[in-house]
Write a protein that binds this ligand. Structure first.
Ligand code: HSE
Length: 330
């Protein structure tokens, strides 16, 4: 992989350039994301603005990548076994530098929640390193590094969580090899409400449920919906966003793993949400809403259904985050 054009410099001078930068440590917010968006399995996703992990990335004299602190969930410290470490190593291997990085992970997104937990970790490390190095890599290159981490978990390379976490807003991954990310507009009154039932569904397992072949008539319905959704985002056509949120290929298989899925979906739509579907590989269920007031109504509907279920859950209401991963101050 080549360095980003503006920073296209030789390896020895690259190391000197990196060291000129006085910033040695960075704290960042790496956002949760909703992948698939019903009809865009593996190619579409959007970014949330108030749910995500925090990470600290530090430049140190010792060469290599070390994970020095993990809080929130029990995850491996070995860089080669941790998505944040794997993506960091992918980027580190593309550099020729005589120093290293430490990573601290403050995990807020539960692994296996369906809102891009592994993507947030994978994105945070490469974003932070890139900032400390004076941004030698562009967003597409960062996405490629981060995909190496996420694919370790999902056993498949896709950019529908990583892309939105890095670029912000809605993105469409036109292809992954070569990686081609398209940034889509986010209508200004669009809000997501997401319920996260506290059960774990492993992405690799929920992918294993899916058929290798789909009937042509379902494929036609799916690409008509995906095209319509993209048109609706470009034209801020909220009604069309709702009618395009229809997944006839993946949802029928995966929804069986999610308690009360159909009940939640039908009830939120009946009460004014534009549409709803499985967030990523589940178990979270997302809905899109016009306006904050409607998003809060949807939250109440979800709460009423899950409140009696005996399953712990949390619910997030979020505007679409058009910025993606970002530096934060204490
Ligand atoms: N597109 C992926 C899936 C997202 O649904 O399996 C989860 O990683």
């Amino acid at each position: 992989m080549e360095l980003h054009k503006e920073s296209s410099i030789s390896c020895s001078s690259a190391a000197e350039k990196y060291l000129i930068d006085s910033m040695n440590e960075i704290k960042l917010f790496s956002p949760a994301t909703v992948a698939n968006v019903s009809c865009g399995f593996d190619v579409m996703g959007f970014c949330l603005d108030n749910v995500g992990d925090e990470m600290v990335i530090r430049k140190v004299d010792q060469k290599g990548i070390r994970i020095t602190h993990i809080e929130g969930f029990d995850l491996p410290y070995e860089a080669e076994l941790n998505v944040a470490g794997i993506s960091a190593l992918a980027m580190y291997d593309a550099l020729d530098i005589d120093f290293g990085f430490e990573i601290e992970i403050y995990k807020k997104i539960k692994p296996g929640s369906g809102i891009g937990s592994s993507a947030a970790s994978a994105v945070g490390s490469v974003f932070g390193m890139n900032e400390l190095l004076n941004r030698p890599f562009n967003k597409t290159q960062l996405t490629e590094f981060a995909m190496k981490g996420e694919s370790f978990i999902s056993k498949c390379e896709h950019a529908d969580n990583i892309g939105p976490a890095i670029f912000g807003g809605f993105v469409l991954a036109k292809s992954v090899a070569p990686l081609h990310i398209l940034e889509l507009p986010s209508p200004k009154d669009l809000y997501a409400t997401i319920i996260h039932p506290q059960i774990e569904i492993k992405t690799s397992e929920s992918r294993g449920l899916l058929p290798n072949k789909v009937p042509l008539k379902n494929a036609i319905t799916q690409w008509a919906n995906l095209g319509s959704l993209i048109h609706a985002l470009h034209t801020s056509n909220y009604q069309l966003i709702g009618s395009a949120l229809n997944d006839v290929i993946v949802e029928p298989y995966r929804s069986k793993l999610i308690p009360h899925f159909n009940e939640v979906k039908n009830a939120v739509i009946k009460n004014g949400a534009l549409g709803a579907g499985i967030s990523g590989s589940g178990p979270s269920i997302f809905s899109l809403n016009k306006g904050l007031k409607q998003a809060e109504t949807t939250k109440k509907v979800m709460h009423d259904i899950y409140g009696n279920s005996g399953i712990n859950f949390d619910i997030h209401v979020s505007k679409i985050n058009t910025k993606g991963v970002k530096i934060i101050n204490d």
